[in-house]
Design a binder for this molecule. Sequence first.
Ligand code: NAD
Ligand code: IPM
Ligand code: MN
Length: 355
Amino acid sequence: SDIKKIAILKGDYIGPEIMAAGLAVLEAATAGSTFKYELIDLPFGGDGIDRVGDPLPEKTIQVAKQSDAVLLSAIGGPKWDDATKRPEEGLLGMRSALGLFANIRPTHITAAQIARSPLKQSYVADTDFVIVRELTSGAYFGEPRVLAADFAKDTMYYSTSEITRIMQTGFQLAEKRRQHVTIVDKSNVLATSKLWRQIATEVAKAYPDIYVDYYYVDAMSMAIIAKPTAFDVIITPNLFGDILSDEAAQITGSIGQIPSMSVGQGGPNLYEPIHGSAPDIAGKGIANPMSMIHAVAMMLSESFGEVNLARQITDAVSAAINAQVMTPDMGGHDTTLTVTNYVIQSIQHVREGKQ
Ligand code: NAD
Ligand code: IPM
Ligand code: MN
């Protein structure tokens, strides 16, 4: 039997609410198909602190490593702000332990989403770019990190091998897309960024068919709003990718729709929304489940080759938006549950040939 093992990190605040939505869609979408799976719930993040006193228990790492894919909602929140080890440390530790050095964050505006964008429709139509964010080095992981009484210090570090592998991931992705790579850095100031650009230029020589342009991150934060259709694959360091991807999400109308995929060298990929645990709306039943549902679709397509099942899910999300079945972050009046049920029913109706 070939039963895929999916590690479930159900998360904090809105985490469990949207995870339940994502798993309900997974179940409905795979019903009657040849895709079989088993879910393994693991303590992690704030939930890990509450259940076993650790945001990243050793056993969670071991089981996650042996799974076929990891599905995470979102962790963190004020409840654990003063914890000795915060939930966020668990997340960074998991990315590092699984070697997930590349985080793929798509900004693809669908026909259904265009009217939700805060930007002019003529600007955003056809926006389809991917941020390739380096995920296991840079300012997030550099040592030393010091928080003293009269000063604090972080270290931004990149080795040539760390930069080379993320460049290769990004250039390979561009080969399958529109042959355009944009390198984003702050090489007018930072040493790590000078190395970033130098290695980008070297790696680019192996991809003569790919058009490469270079932006400083400040100018890039403007450009993704001013001309979002001008980009295809954007390769950027950890910290800049974190910031630019939240900004890019807003082009689609709400961060509550955007999934991501973290990849390493051969181990399981991790799929998660790009947003956080949204403590401000937790418990109200109004969290947008679309990011988690899209993460499930991304997992089916990228880890398991179930491209058709994934497309049925993303089409069903578009159907919900077209029918104005949306949570308040997108200007709608629906709930997590009614959006999720609409998506499930839409998948079922399409299968029964009723639409
Ligand atoms: P956030 O992304 O949780 O929320 C930012 C804003 O977006 C809030 O107004 C929130 O209500 C809204 N939002 C986010 N997701 C939404 C959804 N699905 N539906 C509707 N609205 C949504 O960012 P924050 O408030 O800065 O962080 C909250 C906590 O989440 C912090 O502890 C942070 O460290 C953590 N965090 C975790 C992850 C992760 O697990 N990958 C990512 C980012 C932040
Ligand atoms: C994200 C989050 C995390 C990050 C935090 C929670 C550590 O903001 O996944 O984008 O900064 O990477
Ligand atoms: Mn972030």
